[in-house]
Write a protein that binds this ligand. Structure first.
Ligand SMILES: *[C@@H]1O[C@H](CO)[C@@H](O)[C@H](O)[C@H]1NC(C)=O
Ligand SMILES: *[C@@H]1O[C@H](CO)[C@@H](O)[C@H](O)[C@H]1NC(C)=O
Ligand SMILES: *[C@@H]1O[C@H](CO)[C@@H](O)[C@H](O)[C@H]1NC(C)=O
Ligand SMILES: *[C@@H]1O[C@H](CO)[C@@H](O)[C@H](O)[C@H]1NC(C)=O
Ligand SMILES: *[C@@H]1O[C@H](CO)[C@@H](O)[C@H](O)[C@H]1NC(C)=O
Ligand SMILES: *[C@@H]1O[C@H](CO)[C@@H](O)[C@H](O)[C@H]1NC(C)=O
Ligand SMILES: *[C@@H]1O[C@H](CO)[C@@H](O)[C@H](O)[C@H]1NC(C)=O
Length: 489
């Protein structure tokens, strides 16, 4: 039975709130998560490649746009030797779409290695988007200058049966092109990082370290292929002497990541500067993993207080040989972070800490109402040449909607205008267009639409309708005359 602790820290309040939460998790069947864990794409590749015993497949089935390039450098990981880039300057986004299970939790990882694919010297800077939310700017300049690839990670719950990961130009991209080298979408256990309300937030990985070790830990030690970087400072390292189990810890850290730790001598306070990066002022999800490394016995436990930047994170934490996880769902951090562990009186050993994770809490930017998504995707399918950016969320992020689509401002957005005037578009208008019940303006004049005009009686909000200069057959359906708000046709 995993033990957990939760801490709440409210910045505005003069006192620190402590919420002790003892959680029981039912046994979780993991068999469904055995390899393949999800989607592993070798972007721009034509062959399957293997890295760390994981197979990365070509990405062509998951995106309809972009151009492929090869990086002619030796000693690169096979996933970095090809990439896909997106030169189109008028597309509002470039998307990959994955079939997923609605309501499941996913860890999405994007990997970038520039390799001067465009003949330039500096990697382009652009945005990445998860579902309807601008996730972050991609700036690989610093890593690339050091000869390194860059990766970004986000944890999301899919609101529907498709999950989209997109790149987009921003004001810094200029004439260069967004690009991507590899992409992973991995299924996570529902129990992971649970206190977060994933209908409103996503978690962006900031740091994930195991303390006292030397190597990076990932798949197969971490069955979700989370990467645990080694972290060491001047404090002494201890190695666990007991048979620890990942499932005894909240968030299921791999055994290897919790079997070493850093400590200090009896009676002393253990202080670590971690994570080893300066953080932008924001709210963070923090989890820390502790385990008494001594041989299991009735006396193999120690208690201490944990503070972050001087604020109590957890009082009287009892680190046993079985281990314990403590987390804070929403903790404000800014700049440098210091974690202080102060032993309780009379403890025969100093405090110990084994691993930690920090995620920035990313408020979601909303999404398009499912019914409108289905109608828009149906429309896209009935066009021979839909605009190239008709993928991902039709309305969001704001500024990256599908070309010709205008939406309402709510968190769950509605399509309120569709304007494909003079777009050179061929295809038919499917009956499902009548399901866009918030549509006020439908302008598709000057295209090559054929077939009949479907029943539009559902478009109760429609004010202007332009169908002229197309190749429609038959007459206007009588329902059009009954539309209450229609002013212009
Ligand atoms: C790598 O080599 C291939 C084949 O020789 C060439 O087509 C491609 O442009 C080269 N790529 C770069 C980034 O130089
Ligand atoms: C990208 O990162 C480099 C190196 O950190 C920095 O100098 C540059 O200003 C950044 N570019 C943008 C557009 O933020
Ligand atoms: C360690 O724990 C596992 C599972 O709880 C058990 O199967 C195994 O026998 C244990 N090994 C030792 C050496 O105690
Ligand atoms: C710490 O946990 C151990 C094992 O559950 C228990 O025996 C011990 O009494 C606990 N210590 C304190 C101070 O609660
Ligand atoms: C770029 O995208 C736009 C809109 O999505 C499309 O109309 C245009 O044909 C594309 N250009 C190229 C060169 O593919
Ligand atoms: C639709 O687009 C055309 C051409 O760009 C423009 O003239 C027209 O005003 C637009 N209609 C609406 C309702 O925005
Ligand atoms: C309109 O939406 C409803 C509910 O989502 C669906 O059952 C129906 O099939 C849709 N109509 C068309 C013509 O696609």
């Amino acid at each position: 039975m995993p033990s957990g602790g939760a801490v709440a820290y409210h910045n505005m309040s003069p006192s620190v709130f402590l919420l002790f939460l003892f959680v029981t998790v039912p046994f979780l069947p993991h068999s469904a998560l055995s390899n393949p864990l999800g989607f592993f794409l070798n972007c721009g590749g034509t062959n399957e490649v293997t890295v760390d015993s994981l197979k990365y497949i070509p990405d062509g089935s998951y995106t309809k746009v972009g151009t492929v390039a090869t990086i002619n450098k030796t000693d690169l990981l096979p996933t970095l030797t090809t990439l896909r880039y997106f030169p189109n300057t008028s597309s509002r986004k470039f998307c990959y779409t994955f079939p997923v299970i609605k309501g499941n939790k996913y860890l999405v990882k994007t990997i970038y290695y520039y390799g001067e694919f465009d003949g330039g010297k500096q990697p382009p800077v652009f945005d990445q988007i998860i579902e309807g939310t601008k996730w972050s700017v991609v700036n690989t300049t610093e890593d690339y200058a050091k000869g390194l690839s860059s990766y970004y990670e986000v944890v999301v719950v899919s609101p529907g049966k498709k999950l989209s990961v997109c790149l987009a130009r921003n004001e810094h991209t200029g004439n260069s092109s967004p690009f991507i080298s590899a992409l992973e979408v991995k299924s996570l256990d529902g129990s992971l990082y649970n206190p977060i309300d994933f209908s409103k937030y996503a978690l962006v990985t900031v740091a994930r370290h195991h303390f006292g070790g030397d190597d990076i830990i990932s798949f197969p030690d971490d069955k979700f292929n989370r990467m645990w970087q080694p972290f060491k400072d001047e404090n002494p390292v201890v190695i666990s002497n007991s048979n620890i189990s990942s499932s005894d810890f909240w968030n299921l850290p791999p055994v290897k990541a919790i079997s070493s730790g850093i400590t200090t001598s009896k009676g002393k306070t253990l202080e670590i500067q971690w994570p080893p990066v300066l953080l932008p002022s924001s709210y963070y999800y923090i989890s820390l993993y502790f385990q008494d490394n001594r041989n299991p016995s009735p006396f193999s436990w120690r208690t201490f207080d944990v503070a972050i930047n001087g604020h109590t994170f957890y009082s009287n934490l009892n680190a046993t040989s079985k281990g314990v996880t403590v987390y804070a769902a929403q903790w404000p951090l800014s700049g440098q972070t210091k974690i202080t562990m102060t032993p309780s009186a009379d403890m025969p050993v100093g405090p110990v800490v084994n691993a930690g994770e920090v995620y920035q809490i990313l408020p979601l930017g909303g999404r398009t109402q499912t019914r409108d998504v289905i109608a828009m995707e149906d429309l896209a399918k009935s066009l021979q040449n839909p605009p190239r950016d008709w993928n991902g969320d039709p309305c969001r992020p704001k500024g990256n909607s599908w070309t010709g689509v205008t939406c309402s401002d709510q968190f769950v957005a509605r399509v309120i205008a569709l304007n494909l005037t003079n777009g050179g578009i061929a295809g038919t208008l499917p009956p499902s267009i009548g399901n866009l019940t918030a549509l006020s303006h439908l302008w598709i004049g000057g295209n090559k639409f054929t077939g009949t005009i479907p029943d539009l009686h559902g478009l109760r909000e429609l004010q202007t309708l332009h169908l002229e200069n197309n190749k429609f057959e038959g007459s206007l359906p009588p329902s059009i005359e009954k539309l209450p708000k229609l002013q212009e046709m």
